[in-house]
Design a protein around this ligand. Sequence first.
Ligand SMILES: [Zn+2]
Length: 291
Amino acid sequence: MEINKLIEELDKIRTYKGSKIGASLKKPLFLLLLISLIEGGKVKRNKFYFPDIERELDLLIRTFGGRVGKGKPEQPFHHLNSSIIWDIHVPYGTRFSNKETLPISVLRDPETYGYINNEIFKLLSSDNIARAEAAQFILGKYWPETVQKDIADLLNLPVKAISKQKRDRNFVDKVLANYRHKCAICGFSSLFNQVPFGLDAAHIQWHAYGGPDNLGNGLALCKLHHWALDRGVVTIEPDKFEIILSSKFVAQEEISISFLENIKGSKLQQFRDVPPDKRFMAWHNENVFVL
Ligand SMILES: [Zn+2]
């Protein structure tokens, strides 16, 4: 199989992708884990046993899967079989329906395993460029750039560059000007060689999930707070514009306390022309922010 054909198949994967993240990041995370295992040379045969990857997949989903309660790694392990990429072998006589996820006891049965389509497995195990392109495609389709990098680093994925999502060329300039070149959360503002330094224009509702390139969906943020927003460490309360911090976040030293703990409950910096739109903040609250 050619890499282009694989990308087409990756693009077809059903993830219930509307504007809600819901469970839609589970299959992409599972695919990235498979690529990472092959990349790491840990895969000798095209057989993947659920107990071998259960914990890692669970942690991946809870860390990068958006607002999910439990990881439920059994879901992508089973349901990726709706794509031609993946299939699952169960013990003889097991009741199998794609409407219900297989019970954990079946998935942990020594006779149960999943396997990648043979042609795709051959391509992924023999061609490091194909692995890189496949990983890059999946990351770019579902996550903002800040998070793509975190996932690629954690899984040691062979991506060459982080996929830049297409955006309106003026988006960055307009957003930074709307916050007077200050981080909307902490007020950080600086110049390097007379050019504003260390500030990004962040999308509140992720671009990959329909967030538009307009001022109501943009925040000027320093690198740390951009990353904290995209990872769901902070969010903004849509009515009072108050900054909320995830209960999962623990600051360990003075400096982290001042960067993140102390902003809890403070108000967003004053915008110049256009306030952030409530709909996008509500989307972020419900889909990305980790309670
Ligand atoms: Zn900041």
